[in-house]
Design a protein. Structure first.
Length: 76
């Protein structure tokens, strides 16, 4: 099933987590690398089968998820 351009979810692949174009790299992996301050260029070098548009798709998917869910955040 495609849930967003370039993002697929297959129950038997990667535990049903959202993946990039049906490959065995999850949206979480891409977002995690970016959160760890890796640049797009570094992510693409680490995973040469990815395209720059895949990174954008992962970020957009993460935005959709966060806009759809209320996350408990402690306020100072």
């Amino acid at each position: 099933m495609e849930v967003a351009p370039r993002i697929t979810i297959e129950p038997g692949k990667m535990g049903g987590r959202p993946c990039i174009r049906g490959m065995r790299i999850t949206v979480g992996t891409v977002i995690g690398l970016l959160a760890a301050k890796r640049t797009r260029e570094e992510v693409l070098a680490m995973h040469p089968y990815l395209e720059d548009e895949d990174i954008t798709a992962a970020l957009n998917y993460a935005i959709l998820l966060t806009n759809d869910q209320d996350l408990p955040i402690e306020r100072a």
